[in-house]
Design a protein. Sequence first.
Length: 94
Amino acid sequence: MSKHSPGPWEITGQGRRPTPCTWVSLSPEDDGNSLEVVGADHEANARLIAEAPAMFDALLQYRDDMRYAPAEDSRHRRIEMVSAILTRIEGGAA
């Protein structure tokens, strides 16, 4: 399995150089491990990128649910988790 910077990743700012951009920090320690997202949809793309660790965790949990029948409360927690991720990607607070 490949390694990635652990989450949470977060949007840390916006700017112009020379076009509008959004920065995403890939490290909670703010150690400079970040990326710059540019383009017409930079804000939406940055939100999607920032949620990558949460989406990865959700996929791992769903994979396990497919192997073993989940309990009802597990299904409810998974739905809430995915709904929160989608809300943050769409620009709302979760």
